[in-house]
Design a protein around this ligand. Structure first.
Ligand SMILES: Nc1ncnc2c1ncn2[C@@H]1O[C@H](COP(=O)(O)OP(=O)(O)OP(=O)(O)O)[C@@H](O)[C@H]1O
Ligand SMILES: [Mg+2]
Length: 250
């Protein structure tokens, strides 16, 4: 059984992209995908992008969802960053090239409601795929389809993020165990059901801006730091020609 803080990511790290921006900084790329609508993809992508910005990193979101939820969020936002760029998945390479030329250091790709060909394309170009899943059987069952999609995408490193977990009870732990048994790696940070996520996005913010000392903010920052470290580690290992499995310590 994998220890909560000891992650093993089964992935072909040699497939990691080679995205260095003009000042020689590696651009980390995270695709957020889920088969079930409303799992929290957009909220997660925006929350991580804002956390990156507050960490003084240049962050951007590519919004491949025709619903344009992430793009509309910028209309309610005072600040100009993080950038959110609407782009159909067919033009994702051009959008990535534009982000690189702008010196982006963390790029999030938000995807449409159902894991699809589009989501597979986003997963294919990502260093890491995040899969938000609510602790509900209906959501967990969809992971079989997500697994097929990841295969189609060439098995990029991926992490399931338990999202909207009740703050009380053991649903998150039980869900994590069930998901690990399906062969997925589960992020050590659980994002609980917290109103700050909705309040923040309603006013064009991330939870780390809306309530910086709140619990939602603390969870997003923890996940942000973890994913950045994990991608750094995957990248280093890829550079050293290692293949699967690859481990990262939070
Ligand atoms: N951790 C959380 N706590 C409370 N509410 C949350 C949390 N994460 C997401 N939500 C809420 O759940 C709803 C769906 O979230 P979101 O729009 O991010 O999902 P999505 O996967 O992008 O949906 P879609 O499939 O339609 O694109 C929103 O109202 C959002 O505010
Ligand atoms: Mg969305």
């Amino acid at each position: 059984m994998t220890e909560p803080n000891q992650l093993t990511v089964y992935a072909n790290t040699s497939s990691l992209s080679d995205f260095y921006n003009p000042i020689g900084v590696y651009m980390q790329t995270i695709a957020v995908i889920a088969q079930k609508g409303g799992a929290g993809k957009t909220t997660l992508a925006l929350g991580l992008a804002v956390a990156a910005m507050q960490d003084k990193k240049t962050a951007a979101v590519i919004d491949t969802d025709p619903q344009a939820t992430a793009t509309n969020w910028t209309d309610r936002r005072d600040a100009e960053t993080p950038w959110v760029v609407a782009s159909p998945v067919a033009r994702i390479k051009q959008a990535i090239a534009a982000a690189l030329s702008q010196g982006v250091e963390l790029l999030l790709i938000d995807t449409p409601p159902h894991a699809s060909q589009e989501a597979a394309e986003a997963a294919r170009v990502a260093d890491l795929v995040l899969i938000p899943v609510r602790p509900h059987l209906f959501d967990i069952e969809t992971l079989k389809t997500v697994r097929d999609l990841l295969k189609l995408a060439g098995e990029p490193p991926s992490l399931v993020v338990i999202n909207q977990a009740p703050v009380q009870g053991s649903a998150a732990q039980q869900t994590a165990a069930a998901i690990r048994n399906m062969g997925f790696t589960v992020a050590p940070t659980v994002l609980h059901q917290r109103a700050a996520h909705m309040h923040a996005t309603n006013v064009g913010q991330g939870p780390t801006e809306f309530d910086p000392s709140g619990k939602a903010a603390a969870e997003v920052i923890q996940l942000y730091k973890f994913t950045r470290k994990l991608i750094d580690k995957l990248k280093k290992e890829a550079n050293h020609g290692q293949t699967e499995p690859t481990s990262a310590r939070a």
